[in-house]
Design a protein around this ligand. Structure first.
Ligand code: HEM
Length: 532
């Protein structure tokens, strides 16, 4: 197989310590006892009942009974691949991170692509956002860039995430529909929370039904910070650009492909890598100097807004190649745990309220998904550098920490010996001056929910616009509540009148001139709805 000929990255070398090859080996129990019969249980006589004594039967059945772990609460269906990232030229002007300064480095990566709404066994060609999560295994620690294939998100604040996801997942009473869109509940939520409209129109576009994971862009979405050696910060948006270009299928094709092969994207990625057609993406930075933070008519901290590339061009900084399929789906693709909070010196967070909530949510969910705070010891999650601290015990502790103490500070010895200075590579949070009232509202421009969806729509070719009109008509046609359909038509009309007209015609409905529901539920009951 072509992919096995690829040189081992640092992470593959690390994973190889845990590879288990059972080819040609004698069957044993988990205690190493050789087994002479795995087909017949122990019975009292030829026709007798099975004996409780049968430890072989019990071990085999017990393991089977516990094979399943909870699927991810979102992004449950995914496909992963290994590879590496190489830098074109040092970006030390902006960041001191090793992966952005050392052009001799081949940084190991593991990437997981996913759909968002469907369960683990759902079809690949659903109209949905796609996850694009990259784990960079650095000598300074692991950095996760957990993004999507669209540059914006549905909501502006993490506190709304459970509501968004409850509206898009199957209805609670009958677990229907499984499809990512075509929901009464989802359109109810979208039409009441107009901040969702920008991401939503991207999903209605051809971007919602990619041709292949290999042909999708990726985006970090949030504004992050890059920090250079001198401690200077620049804002940054991260972009992945596929060298194969961006391609989609039509809805008609998607429906047929899903019917004929619901593993189509998974198979496509696996087969391409297996055949040596390694997919590649260029990583890009959109850099905004700190002094330009308030230069735009949107807030850089608003994840429902993008920075148009005409305003701030994307600088290509390096290339990622995926060249090896996982050895085992469960051990690697299922157990991998991404977290936006996995960071290295040279990169830092912004105060985007969506990002801030994500920093809590991922580790929290992984505690229940993977069962123990020791999930960082699972081979795919293990950093390529040794880790040392005073955390101890818990379920599934698989290392054997030595010494008689586990605390800091410590004058007996054996606990974690010392802290590091910044000059020795320690992480140091960027010092940002904050002098503010403790409030729940956000800056004014967070309430502009129509300008950027309109900008996106206007940027499309006529045939792409037709596809969007078709998608809205099809999806809203599945909605069984006329008041929700009308509310959606009202919002589409704010984005583009021609689009709304086409959809209204398709649905046989009139576009309402006004709607009585407050449109900006998103900003809270105390806010002045009128001024938005
Ligand atoms: C999982 C992206 C917002 C909670 C994921 C995954 C991706 C992703 C790509 C799948 C990771 C994998 O392949 O294992 C994003 C992006 C967001 C966003 C781009 C917005 C910019 C949020 C928010 C929350 C959240 C606001 C919660 C407050 C989760 C959870 C998982 C997840 C709980 C499952 C993680 C796991 O089980 O390992 N997200 N997400 N996400 N996301 Fe997000």
């Amino acid at each position: 197989q072509e992919n096995k000929k690829q040189p081992d990255t640092d992470k593959i070398a690390d994973l190889k310590k845990d590879y288990k090859d059972k080819t040609g080996k004698p069957l044993t129990t988990n205690q190493g006892l050789k087994v002479n019969d795995t087909n017949n249980s122990l019975k009292s006589g030829e026709r007798g009942a099975t004996l409780l004594e049968d430890f072989l039967l019990r071990e085999k059945i017990t393991n089977f009974d516990h094979e399943r772990i909870p699927e991810r609460v979102v992004h449950a269906r995914g496909s992963g691949a290994h590879g590496h990232f190489e830098l074109y030229k040092s970006m030390d002007k902006y960041s001191k991170a090793g992966l952005f300064t050392d052009t001799n480095r081949k940084t190991s990566v593991f990437v997981r692509f996913s759909t968002v709404a469907g369960s683990k066994g759902s079809g690949d060609l659903a109209r949905d956002v796609r996850g694009f999560a990259v784990k960079f295994y650095n000598p300074e620690g692991t950095w996760d860039l957990v993004g999507n294939n669209m540059p914006i998100f549905f909501i502006q604040d993490a506190i709304k995430f459970p509501d968004l996801i409850h509206s898009v997942k199957p209805e609670p009473h009958r677990e229907i529909p499984q499809a990512a869109s075509a929901h009464d509940t989802f359109y109810d939520f979208v039409s009441l929370s107009t901040e969702t409209l920008h991401n939503h129109i991207w999903v209605m576009s051809d971007r919602g039904i990619p041709r292949s994971f290999r042909m999708m862009e990726g985006f970090g979405i949030h504004t992050y910070r890059l920090i250079n050696e001198a401690g200077k910060s620049h804002f940054v948006k991260f972009h992945w650009k596929p060298l194969l270009g961006v391609h989609s299928v039509t809805w008609d094709e998607a429906v047929k492909i899903n019917g004929a092969d619901s593993d189509f994207h998974r198979r496509d990625l696996w087969d391409a890598i297996d055949a040596g057609h390694f997919p590649e993406w260029e990583l890009g930075f959109q850099i905004v100097p700190e002094e330009d933070e308030h230069k735009y008519d949107f807030d850089l901290l608003d994840p429902t807004k993008l920075i148009p590339e005409e305003m701030v061009p994307v600088i290509k900084v390096g290339k990622m190649t995926l060249n090896r399929n996982p050895e085992n789906f469960f051990a690697e693709t299922e157990q991998v745990a991404f977290l936006p909070g996995h960071i290295v010196p040279g990169i830092d967070f912004s105060n985007d309220p969506l990002l801030q909530g994500r920093l809590f949510s991922y580790r929290d969910t992984q505690l229940s998904r993977l069962g123990s705070p020791n999930f960082h010891q699972i081979p795919i999650n293990r950093p390529i550098v040794e880790t040392h601290n005073n955390e101890r015990d818990a379920h599934m502790q698989t290392s054997i920490p030595k010494g008689k103490t586990a605390y800091f500070p410590n004058s007996i010895g054996g606990g974690c010996p010392h802290l590091s200075k910044i000059s020795e590579g320690a992480f140091h949070t960027h010092e940002e001056r904050i002098d503010a009232k403790k409030i729940r509202t956000r800056s004014e421009s967070f309430s502009d929910h129509y300008s950027q969806p309109a900008l996106f729509y206007r940027s499309l070719a006529d045939w792409e616009k037709d596809h969007i009109a078709g998608a809205y008509t099809f999806e809203l046609g599945k909605c069984t509540y006329p008041h929700i359909q009308e509310r959606m038509l009202y919002h589409i009309n704010q984005i583009d009148e021609t689009l709304a007209k086409k959809v209204a015609e398709g649905l046989g409905l009139k576009i309402p001139k006004k709607i009585d529901q407050p449109v900006n539920q998103a900003i809270g009951a105390d806010a002045d709805v009128e001024k938005h």
